[in-house]
Design a protein around this ligand. Sequence first.
Ligand SMILES: O=P(O)(O)OC[C@H]1O[C@](O)(COP(=O)(O)O)[C@@H](O)[C@@H]1O
Length: 413
Amino acid sequence: MSSSCWIIHHLSLLPNNHRVPSNYLSKNIGVSSYTCSKTRLATVVASQQDASSTNGAGLFLPAHDSPTTLTRFLLENIRSSKAPQDIVDLISSIQFACKKIASLVSRAGVTNLTGLYNEGKSLNIQGEEQKKLDVLSNQVLKNALKYSGKMGVIASEEEDVPVTVDESFSGTYVAVFDPLDGSSNLDAAVATGTIFGIFKQAVSCLVEDDADNIEPSQLRCLANTLQPGSRLLAAGYCMYSSSTMMVLSLGHGTHGFTLDHEVGEFVLTHPNMKIPKRGQIYSLNEANYHHWDPVLKEYVENLKSGKNRSGKSYSLRYIGSLVADVHRTLLYGGIFGYPGDKKNPNGKLRLLYECAPMSYLIEQAGGKATNGKQRILDIVPNTTHERQPLILGSEEDVDELMQLYAAKLQSKV
Ligand SMILES: O=P(O)(O)OC[C@H]1O[C@](O)(COP(=O)(O)O)[C@@H](O)[C@@H]1O
């Protein structure tokens, strides 16, 4: 591209109040503004928009002016009718809540927000001591969803029973979420995250927010949360780690966004994520090894020894924060699991707001998720905080484990 075309092209991108008077061109650069052919200019523009770095001269950086933010991504999904306005409004509310929680988590150490809530006297329905940030992030998410005006019922790890949104704000959607997953790692500044899923309400609900006084209609209403993951309209997680990332699916693939703290926007950095067909990492808490069933033990031994279909030895990675372990598995491939065992026959993870949303994202990225017997997304929850064994990851890795189970079962017949 001749230098004059380049200069005209770039000067033409300046915002009006920076526009260089045309005589500047002739006087200082000695070119008139029309020496370049229009088609040539069009090609230049197209190639520049794909460029992601500053150019040699470092004068003008058109590309960085137009990152795809999460907001723009959502609006484009409405325009291409890939997502209804309501879902976009809900994800926008969740986006705000996650930015708020990201800030609370990153500043926890300097704002006295580490440690237990109510000096450890406050346990959630699962008997877990609530962290201060468990309670705060739960409130932040509840408020953001409530004021979206789209919510009917909310089910959260930190709420004993699902709560309904009072009439003046109520809508027809159900949100299920784990406001701060992996919070046992928080005080050690290890990655944590928020996990969420959105369903459509099966029956409409207009009831008071009073958990102690539940009428039959309210029970029916609260049962709206007990839907299989296959009915999710959207799911995602936001990971609070060395960078803050939101990974989301609206049912058309899985997409990753990184929070640009400088502008406070999630920017599309991982469009259309595809989990590798097979990985070389396994991620399970091996401290439970002696509680595992023999098939799982054999499978993991095969991964370690290389006596598996890839013929390669696998590495072990286990952070102990579901969001972080799933995020790595999504990017690098391999297998993650919190299986059922003699100690916890149903494993540890909750079907509704941990297993189902994560399985939805993994499947949308080409992977698989099972409880060892059944596809996670087909399981209909019986209770809000029901636990299910979870095995998810690359298609070939999950298939190899499932085929080993099938073969053992076959050999018993
Ligand atoms: O320490 P364990 O038994 O391996 O359990 C780790 C698992 O428990 C969790 O921390 C449970 O999550 P919560 O912090 O939301 O209760 C998961 O994030 C993680 O995968």
